[in-house]
Design a protein around this ligand. Sequence first.
Ligand SMILES: Nc1ncnc2c1ncn2[C@@H]1O[C@H](COP(=O)(O)OP(=O)(O)OP(=O)(O)O)[C@@H](O)[C@H]1O
Ligand SMILES: [Mg+2]
Length: 358
Amino acid sequence: MTHTVTTSPAADTSHASRALTVEHLWKVFGPKADKIIGTADADLPRPELLDKTGCVAAVKDISFEVATGEIFVVMGLSGSGKSTLVRCLTRLIEPTAGTVTMDGRDITHASDGDLRDLRRNHVSMVFQHFGLLPHRQVIDNVAYGLEIRGVGKAERRKKAGEIVDLVGLTGNEHSYPDQLSGGMQQRVGLARALASDPTLLLFDEPFSALDPLIRRDMQNEVIRLQGDLKKTMVFITHDLAEALKLGDRILIMRDGEVVQVGTPADVVAHPANDYVRDFVSDVPRSHVLTLRYVMRDPRPDDSREGPVMSSDTIVRQAARAALASEHVVQVVDDGKLVGIVDDDAILRIVVAEESVPA
Ligand SMILES: Nc1ncnc2c1ncn2[C@@H]1O[C@H](COP(=O)(O)OP(=O)(O)OP(=O)(O)O)[C@@H](O)[C@H]1O
Ligand SMILES: [Mg+2]
């Protein structure tokens, strides 16, 4: 097999489909932080490590990969190390150890000039506190990244105008940030991040200050933009529902470490340990699980007259047609029968949910 995309002679060609690779990343805050890694102290629980050494291991030996066009969610409770992790990706915080590779470029050893280029031209960040420039109109806030890049005024305003329309702020170009609601301000933050046409977008809890309805709108906006623009996104949240809604895959963090990485359905169907099981125990499974998780092997006597669905159909979406039919559901991927779903399999999930008091 030949690959046309190679980043360096030594590069593993399968990296081409990976926007981001993180390998054994550590961030230890405190005195002599780099002396901790590789010693028994690194395995101490946080309070003991702090007592003994004065250090906090905010990110502990984290590795993961993000595919091009994927929405990769990092979820964990407050203090689990999410912001530290995402800031280490572009070296806004200097990692203590490990490597970060973006589109084949080794970020961890990049020069200051390369890092500037990376932050200006390839990666954008959206923060919880929108960080807008208060004395600038929406249009010039959105154009800010282009201005830094040296794009002329007419061109950057034209580009910014297009992005303002894209995020649903048409008509507000000449408002100032304090004249906008929180949700609208975060749309400006999103527009500003998109204006420089980055390949990778990093979100650090961008919607946690918004009220629930606006938050839902913004989540839908991210899904829509992702569908249209196919950007790679790393999205930080402490909210499980948000993680399940947005994530193609979710990485669950606890005390600086990875607890589990998987699709929303993986995490709900096969929690890696009691911590995750507890976390996902209230999730309505029919909203997350796909037919892949409820199907059984086909048998010769199975009817072939029932509905045909793919294995990534969400159970809730399959339920009505499945239960209405007198025949079992045939689960077919790429023209091949991969499983059968009978009414019992659907009912076990749907009825179990309805009998749990809210
Ligand atoms: N500059 C720093 N110096 C020392 N310790 C730090 C520093 N920054 C973060 N920490 C510690 O590292 C740990 C992880 O913090 P981090 O901000 O990454 O967590 P988080 O998951 O983003 O939390 P939140 O959900 O509250 O934003 C915490 O224990 C925090 O106190
Ligand atoms: Mg944080």
